[in-house]
Design a protein. Structure first.
Length: 40
């Protein structure tokens, strides 16, 4: 990749929805859909 930071930033800017995932205390995945950030 020539400029990974720029490529990833462009991908983020073009998305309308993103997903954030974590694992709870019992080890189960927890995924939430989120609107794109207003400011980055």
């Amino acid at each position: 990749m020539r400029d990974a930071e720029k490529i990833i930033g462009n991908m983020i800017d073009k998305q309308s929805i993103c997903y954030i995932s974590s694992i709870d205390k019992d080890g189960f995945p927890n995924t939430k859909a989120m609107l794109k950030p207003r400011k980055r």
